[in-house]
Design a protein around this ligand. Sequence first.
Ligand SMILES: CN1CCN(c2ccccc2CNc2ccc(C(N)=O)cn2)CC1
Length: 247
Amino acid sequence: MRIDLISLFPEFVAQCAGFGVVGRAQERGLLSIHGWNPRDHAEGNYRRVDDRPFGGGPGMVMLIDPLRAAIRAARAADPAPAKVVYLSPQGRPLTQTVVRELATRERIILLCGRYEGVDERLVAAEVDEELSIGDYVLSGGELAAAVVVDAVARLQEGALNDAESAVQDSFEADGLLDCPHYTRPVEHALGAVPEVLLSGNHAEIARWRRRQSLLRTRQRRPDLLAGAGLTAAERDWLDGQAGDDPP
Ligand SMILES: CN1CCN(c2ccccc2CNc2ccc(C(N)=O)cn2)CC1
């Protein structure tokens, strides 16, 4: 997969993508990341990339032409077709379902806004989809782009070795919150490890983990339950569980 970043700080996202699984995915040739700075495509000796907003108000707006030229350059750098994704607070929420869809693409171009955002005419003409990583405002789209890069990178075939398999990750597997995890020591001043996890009974352990996920999801994110595909038996079991104690 090829990812092109349109950003005034392209090295910022490339740096974030240099560690761990994402760095390894790049080393393994599963992912390549390329940065394009609109300032390199700005005219005039001040190489302007922003200007004052029509209608007044605070801040600046990113100019159309430097962004358009940078997007054109990114497209031209590889024959594969690319969708332009704009990270903004006004975008469609980024969920694991959306991540899975993005991860199947050969290319994506991520547009990172700064200042107060981008001239709407550029968005209308060049952006295929607008995504938000959450309902909060960042000083620039770069951190949101880095989140997208990480989420899609780990889904590339061969990015994770068996031990890290994304399949066990609850959002991948079943749309529920993850169960609690434990490691050595068995006994600790902070408490002991749940017996079932020491039993070696894998069916029992899987059942316990699923039930912990169900309880935790009901407790913290009941909104996720409806879409998680619970069996009737699980629904009955959950309904029979007291709701007060945090799992
Ligand atoms: C002070 N202004 C900075 C620029 N910003 C803005 C406006 C439009 C587009 C991009 C940005 C970049 N910021 C982002 C980006 C994404 C998210 C998200 N939730 O995915 C949150 N913030 C508006 C506010």
